[in-house]
Design a protein around this ligand. Structure first.
Ligand code: PMV
Length: 324
C-alpha cells in the first residue's frame, strides 16, 4: 500500500469584468477576458489523499458524501489531473468551504483551484502558476482566476495553452473591500455551466463581447491607478451587461431577486450622496458592494438597515492558492 496526501487553500473571487459564455465549452475557453479580485476571508480547504488500497474515489464536501452531478464533475477533473501523471490510483477528497456553497459566491472557483493544487501536489508534481491556472480552468472557468494572488486577469487566449490567469496587482496594492449582502444562502436554480451554454442565444452577447477589450482596459487601468470612480463605473456597466445577456437568453435567466434590486438602488443613492460604492452581481442574487477601506463599516451598517439583508460578509483582497 502506498499513500500520499496534500492540502490546499484557495479563495473565491468576485469578477469586476465578467466571464460569460465559452468559445469552446469542453476546454472552457471563454468568449472574453475577465478581471477579478480574490476574497481573503472566504476559503475552500481541500485535502486529497491517494492510496493504492482505496477501492473507489470519494468526495466529501462540507461533511457530506457527494453523489450525482457534484461527484461526477469532481471525478472528471480528478481524471484529467491523474492523466498528467498517468496514474489510476483512487483518491479521497475532503473539501470544506467557510461560506455558503452555490449562492453566487463562486464556490466552484475556489473549489476547483484548491482541488487542482492539492491533487497536483499529492501526485508529487510541482507546476508553474500558469499551468495550475490552465488546469483549474478546465474544472470551472473562474477557478483559473483563484490560482494567482490579489487582482487577477484571465486572458481569454485561443486554445488550451494560452487561456490562463495572472496577477495584475498584489493584494496589498489596493485595500478594496467587497461587502457581500447575502440575500439567499441556498444553491442557485441554474448553475453557471448551464448558463454559459445559453449566452450565445442572447442578441446582446455579441455586443457585450465586442466591447469587452475596452472595459478590460478601463478596469485594468483603474486598478493600477487605484481610481475608484473609474472602477465603479466600469464594474457596474459590466455587471448590467452580463445580466442583460442572461435575461435575454433562451431560456432566460433572472438571477436578481427583489432584494437585489433594493440593494442596487440603495447603492446608487448612497453614491449620489457622496459615498464611493459600486454594486456587482455574479450568477446569483447576492450583491457585492465594493468600497475602499475606511468606508466598509458604514456600508455594512447601511446594508443591514435594508429589508431582507440579514448578513453582510466583508472581504479584503485575497492571496493566491497555496499548499497548507
Ligand atoms: O466559472 P463559472 O463557470 O462558475 O462561471 C462564472 C461566471 C460568473 O461568476 C457569473 C462571472 C465570473 O467571471 O466569475
Amino acid at each position: 500500500m502506498t499513500t500520499s496526501t496534500a492540502t490546499a487553500v484557495a479563495h473565491p473571487n468576485i469578477a469586476f469584468i465578467k466571464y460569460w459564455g465559452n468559445r469552446d465549452a469542453a476546454l472552457r475557453i471563454p468568449e472574453n477576458g475577465s478581471i477579478s479580485m480574490n476574497l481573503a476571508e472566504l476559503e475552500t480547504r481541500t485535502r486529497v489523499t491517494f492510496d493504492t488500497s482505496f477501492p473507489m474515489d470519494i468526495f466529501d464536501l462540507n461533511g457530506t458524501r457527494q453523489k450525482g452531478s457534484s461527484y461526477e464533475r469532481v471525478l472528471k477533473h480528478l481524471n484529467l489531473l491523474r492523466g498528467i501523471r498517468g496514474i489510476s490510483t483512487h483518491a479521497h477528497i475532503f473539501s470544506e468551504n467557510n461560506f455558503p456553497t452555490g449562492a453566487g459566491i463562486a464556490s466552484s472557483a475556489s473549489g476547483f483551484a484548491a482541488l487542482t493544487l492539492a491533487t497536483i501536489a499529492a501526485m508529487g508534481l510541482e507546476l508553474t502558476e500558469i499551468d495550475l491556472s490552465r488546469l483549474a480552468r478546465r474544472g470551472s472557468g473562474s477557478a483559473c482566476r483563484s490560482i494567482p494572488a490579489g487582482f487577477v486577469e484571465w486572458q481569454k487566449g485561443i486554445n488550451d495553452r494560452d487561456s490562463f490567469a495572472f496577477s495584475i496587482a498584489a493584494p496589498e496594492h489596493w485595500n478594496l473591500i467587497d461587502c457581500i449582502a447575502v440575500i439567499e444562502e441556498g444553491p442557485k436554480a441554474t448553475g453557471s455551466s448551464e448558463g454559459h451554454q445559453g449566452a450565445a442565444t442572447s442578441p446582446y452577447q455579441a455586443t457585450r463581447v465586442a466591447d469587452s477589450l475596452r472595459r478590460l482596459d478601463i478596469c485594468r487601468q483603474a486598478i493600477k491607478a487605484r481610481d475608484f470612480a473609474a472602477l465603479a463605473e466600469v464594474v457596474e456597466l459590466d455587471s448590467s451587461m452580463m445580466h442583460a445577456v442572461m435575461m435575454t437568453s433562451k431560456p432566460p435567466l433572472f438571477y436578481w431577486e427583489p432584494d437585489s434590486i433594493r440593494v442596487i438602488k440603495a447603492v446608487q443613492s448612497w453614491r449620489k450622496l457622496g459615498l464611493p460604492v459600486a454594486a456587482t452581481l455574479d450568477a446569483g442574487p447576492n450583491v457585492h458592494i465594493l468600497c475602499e477601506a475606511g468606508s466598509e463599516k458604514q456600508v455594512e451598517h447601511k446594508l443591514l438597515n435594508i429589508e431582507g439583508i440579514h448578513q453582510v460578509i466583508l472581504c479584503h483582497p485575497g492571496d493566491k492558492a497555496a499548499l497548507d
